[in-house]
Design a protein around this ligand. Sequence first.
Ligand SMILES: Nc1ncnc2c1ncn2[C@@H]1O[C@H](COP(=O)(O)OP(=O)(O)OP(=O)(O)O)[C@@H](O)[C@H]1O
Ligand SMILES: Nc1nc2c(ncn2[C@@H]2O[C@H](COP(=O)(O)O)[C@@H](O)[C@H]2O)c(=O)[nH]1
Length: 504
Amino acid sequence: MDRLPNCVAIYPNDGNKWEIWCLPSRQEEIHSLTPQKARRFSGILEFNATLKENHRFATITALWSTFPPSFLALFFKFENPSLHFLAICFRVFCQLKREEGSMGEAPAICSDDLKKSCGNGFNLASRGSETAIVLGDRKYVIGGNDDESESSIGVKIYDKSADLRVKPTILGTKPTPSEDHWSLLLDENQDRILVIKNDSTLADRIWLLEVDTNFVRQQSKVLESDVVAWSKGVSGYPGKPVVFSGPSGVGKGTLISKLMKEFPSMFGFSVSHTTRAPREKEINGVHYHFTERTLMEKEIKEGKFLEFACVHGNLYGTSVEAVEVVADVGKRCILDIDVQGARSVRASSLEAIFIFVCPPSFEDLEKRLRGRGTETEEQIQKRLRNAKVELEQGRSSGLFDHILVNDDLNACYKTLKELLGLHEYAVDECPREEIHLSSIHSVSKVDHKIFINCSAADLENASKDSFVLDVCSLKGGAPGRTRGFNLYRTNKFADCVNEIKEQN
Ligand SMILES: Nc1ncnc2c1ncn2[C@@H]1O[C@H](COP(=O)(O)OP(=O)(O)OP(=O)(O)O)[C@@H](O)[C@H]1O
Ligand SMILES: Nc1nc2c(ncn2[C@@H]2O[C@H](COP(=O)(O)O)[C@@H](O)[C@H]2O)c(=O)[nH]1
């Protein structure tokens, strides 16, 4: 919604014409709102519906735009209240929202050259193909396509002080274009904008555009340009990831396979990138993302990797995305990385459990490595040399939470399950089902709660489609996901309707 002011009143005019007024957001003024006190905001709004005589308007208590329109309607008091009348008020507001531009003296924040300007100055939700959020001297215009790829929502910055249009470098996982979206400033830090797409599945609905977070500032320095970064919003937190390290041939992959086979819904594997050549039965995207060194180096520079290391002469790395896609489906992520990589992950913001796997002896390790038959003699020699160093580092560094000796495979696997809190009869649980969100009609924010209303026309049934998105405990962010959104249905609207019914 573009220009709905903080406080609005509707006054009856002739016939089916009504006047729209507004006040600044002073709550104490709301209760004594009169046309004299109110600053006139717009002209006359025509009702589509014909009002009946007995639906005469009496007093307006309050109406403020931090609530969804359906909630706003409930702040009216009428001489002869009826749900039918409330429904009309509600529809007026829906119409107001659509008829942006026809509202007269809205705060003029948007540039004239914006096709569909939506800056409202009150940090309200905005709707349309482009929305704008103003932060200090900068206006972030969100919408349309990203010019370069046309495959994601575009972002432009208008710097008012310098009278400049800036095309920022857009990092992170980008949302695909949307016909219709809502945007609002998320928190007091003023560093992130919440964008809710209106035409997607729930998994693709909630996005954060970071404009001044640590990651954005860091990347801005590295890339020497204006940077913004997208981060997908995800509900809940999966369990802590598990990092496996240990010398080549010790049996990490074997243990991981057993775990994933027994608990397929609980664990997911982080598919690393590597510059080494694929082995005979290895599949790109399943065992590794096999990649070119120059491309991987470029992506490392762009901050896309959680960790990377040169191992046995090749570059290996865990992309942020590799870990996030596992968590997205509610699974605990398993990483199989070398000791250098484990050290980097330990230093990162990812909270994980670190397990070092040792062979019963160096001779056993050599036997297993040779027995696997996947390396040339030269490669085996190199891996064995590196194993000595890794074993020393792994055992002594204090980096690892657990040291697991892989002697007898089944005994080792049993110990592994115990230390991951998986008792003998643990069962594999499926992730929770998602809530279904239909087309959104209003979005508004009160403290750390975003009210989302998906139902417009039918007030009686509106509560079925009213949701709250709780954003009080968010974690993470670009270049990964922002986790911890809590979406639930609310009965607040139904409660209000019942209250009015009782008053009648
Ligand atoms: N406890 C064990 N006893 C005997 N052989 C084992 C045991 N665990 C694994 N192996 C065998 O050792 C070989 C190497 O195991 P695996 O490929 O799992 O090692 P890895 O640590 O994943 O190696 P890399 O780091 O090179 O990927 C395999 O042939 C596997 O079957
Ligand atoms: N630091 C990282 N190390 C990784 C990653 N993926 C795998 N590895 C380690 O490399 C060696 C060799 O693996 P191989 O498949 O060539 O035998 C092994 O110890 C792995 O743990 C990674 O993303 N980062």
